[in-house]
Design a protein around this ligand. Structure first.
Ligand code: KG4
Ligand code: ZN
Length: 363
């Protein structure tokens, strides 16, 4: 059973092929990715219409690349998985349209995959795959959630952000510092030169007693701090960009202090989820899972608590087709993939809570 996976929910076009024969974890036969980051950088964020058009340009050449990597013809594909949601409607429609067209042409089923399920299961493609059950910390540009995962499709929401996602907090803080989009990687690079204790940023909901997050206040605190520093600088407040009057060390100190606040909250809430569930395994997935400080601090906290922590391969932390092909494959193996929509409708769900996923346990 070979499953082609297509990811097109945001600003990355990803295509991959997995072998999901038998009950072993699906094996990656090939994968290719095109990132639109450079194209969107000029606008400081993702422009949905440009994203959709670029997905159209990239998806078939990437599919050819993947099949060439696997040394297989298109006819060797047994099912096509695509990201059905959540994401940008136009961008999702490209993946859905291509998946349905290929499915119709080949007479093969299509499987609509939940993007977050893809992230959640992505560590199964790593050299050190987890075993069920585990706690998952899912931290991306649009989501921050803690989940109890008992098996494929068996997800219980333990806590989530009540406003901004962790990736959004990185991105918005980076923007305030004048860093290029996407802010997370740029901010964490700058933070290497800074003092994480230079500024005391809030750790919202740290003692709320539940597993929810809140990151919107952090952005305001960073804005206030940057303004204060700009006004105090010999150059005075900037006209072009708020952070211009700050010197390099001040910018690095703000970056390091913001990162420390975000990571602190994520680590403490993850460990609270571990204590609450009694599970001894933690999976970290989503773009923010690539953050080095988060990995270091979770590593230390988990080692102390005797908890195993699993990550996707670094290049599979951010959006990619491999996780979609994998999730499609694991759904088929678990008997949870429907046989594909009759008539291949272009069926996308731009808003789609993971708790509404078929086979999932609602919180
Ligand atoms: O999972 P992802 O690729 O896309 C979504 O599904 O949203 O996550 C993208 C997010 C962005 O907010 C990006 O800034 C953040 O992940 N990110 C990072 C790092 N790499 C990516 N945040 C912090 N540190 C990183 N190294
Ligand atoms: Zn994602």
């Amino acid at each position: 059973m070979r499953i082609l996976g297509i990811e097109s929910s945001c600003d990355e076009t990803g295509v991959a092929l997995v072998d999901a024969s038998g009950s072993a974890t699906p094996r990656l036969l090939g994968h290719a990715l095109h990132s639109q980051i450079e194209m969107h950088q000029a606008y400081g964020g993702v422009v949905p219409e440009l994203a959709s058009r670029d997905h159209i340009r990239r998806v078939l050449p990437l599919t050819d690349t993947v099949l060439a990597q696997a040394g297989l013809p298109l006819s060797a594909v047994d099912a096509i998985a695509y990201t059905r949601g959540p994401g940008l409607a136009g961008a999702l429609l490209v993946g859905s349209g291509v998946a349905c067209a290929l499915g119709f042409a080949l007479g093969k089923p299509v499987i609509g995959v939940h993007h977050l399920e893809g992230h959640l299961l992505s560590p199964f493609l790593s050299a050190d795959p987890p075993e069920f059950p585990f706690v998952a910390l899912l931290v991306s540009g649009g989501h921050s959630q803690l989940m109890r995962v008992d098996g494929v499709g068996r997800y219980e929401l333990l806590g989530e952000t009540i406003d901004d996602a962790a990736g959004e907090a990185f991105d918005k803080s980076a923007k305030l510092l004048g860093l290029p989009y996407p802010g997370g990687p740029a901010l964490s690079r700058l933070a290497l030169q800074g003092d994480p204790q230079a500024y005391k940023f809030p750790r919202p909901l740290l003692h709320s007693g539940d597993l929810d997050f809140s990151f919107a206040g952090l952005k305001t605190a960073v804005l206030t701090q940057v303004k204060r520093l700009a006004h105090a600088s010999p150059e005075g407040p900037a006209t072009l960009h708020l952070a211009d009057p700050l010197n390099a060390q001040q910018k690095a100190d703000v970056a390091a202090s913001v990162q420390a606040a975000i990571v602190d909250v994520l680590v403490r809430k993850s460990m609270a989820a571990i204590r609450q569930t009694g599970l001894m395994r933690l999976v970290v997935a989503g773009g923010v899972g690539a953050n080095v400080l988060l990995r270091e601090q979770l590593g230390t906290a988990c080692a102390k608590a005797g908890v195993r922590v699993h990550y996707p391969e670094l290049h599979l932390c951010t959006d990619n087709g491999a996780m979609i092909a994998l999730a499609g494959g694991m759904r088929v193996q678990a008997g949870l993939a429907d046989d594909g929509p009759v008539g291949y409708p272009f069926d996308v769900k731009p808003r789609w809570p993971l708790s509404e996923l078929g086979g999932a346990i609602a919180a």
